[in-house]
Design a protein around this ligand. Structure first.
Ligand SMILES: *[C@@H]1O[C@H](CO)[C@@H](O)[C@H](O)[C@H]1NC(C)=O
Length: 229
């Protein structure tokens, strides 16, 4: 009995050791449509790599994140991103960050990062933050909301792809920094994508989807859906 158990244990351990990982690499932007001719290509999955002999320290440096962003907009918040588009040295390295500034009662509206989890550190102010889970398997259950009030020094995690928001509930400015597990996390602001797309989504589609009269959709689509994040 004992010998048999030992053999089985070894067999299981060896089986696990042989598990191979074979899949396509994860995407580094929304899409990468193939072109037949390399000369007409713009980038690969990510960006092209600079000749290592030509790389300089400045390729890994981005300055100015000590400066507050300009929150004079209708949301009262602004995101200063430092991803591969601002800091080329991040290419292929799988991380990036951002500074977030909030005026009193400013909001970073519901949005998702399709390619990254976000670790969010509040430095100043008081924020009400939260995220919502994806649709549950059980038809009787609802998407679940997780929220917290954050104070300086608090870190909150927004899991990859989930809709989340941050709202300044204090009477002072708020400042936060966010780390992302992607060189290019991407942002989909829900209202902008749904009501502010170019061209517009057929209002009949949205009226049915949101279970409202078409004039409400017409109103929403007529708004100015600007992008500060
Ligand atoms: C902030 O943005 C507003 C609106 O675009 C602009 O009027 C204002 O001059 C900006 N302030 C600074 C300090 O850049």
């Amino acid at each position: 009995m004992k010998i048999s158990f030992g053999f089985n244990t070894i067999f299981v351990v060896l089986s696990c050791a042989w598990i191979a990982y074979a899949s396509d690499p994860s995407q580094l932007q929304d899409f990468c449509v193939a072109v037949p001719d390399a000369n007409s290509a713009v980038f690969v999955n990510g960006k092209f790599c600079k000749d290592p002999d030509m790389v300089v320290a400045e390729d890994f440096l981005k300055q100015g994140l000590n400066n507050a962003g300009n929150t004079s907009n209708q949301l009262g918040s602004v995101v200063t991103a430092v991803n591969v588009n601002q800091l080329p040295g991040l290419n292929t390295l799988g991380v990036s960050l951002a500074r977030l500034d909030f005026a009193p009662y400013g909001i970073n509206p519901p949005h998702t990062h399709p390619r990254a989890t976000e670790a969010f550190l509040l430095m100043e102010g008081t924020l009400y933050v939260g995220f919502v889970t994806s649709n549950p398997a059980d038809l009787n259950q609802k998407n679940k909301l997780f929220t917290k009030y954050l104070n300086p020094g608090d870190v909150f995690v927004f899991p990859q792809g989930l809709i989340h928001f941050q709202f300044n509930v204090g009477k002072t400015n708020a400042v936060a920094f966010a780390g992302f597990g992607s060189q290019n996390p991407g942002t989909i602001t829900i209202a902008n994508a749904v009501f502010g797309s170019d061209p517009k989504i057929d209002p009949d589609v949205l009226a049915k989807a949101f279970q409202v009269e078409k004039n409400i959709i017409d109103y929403l689509q007529a708004q100015f859906w600007s992008n500060y994040n």
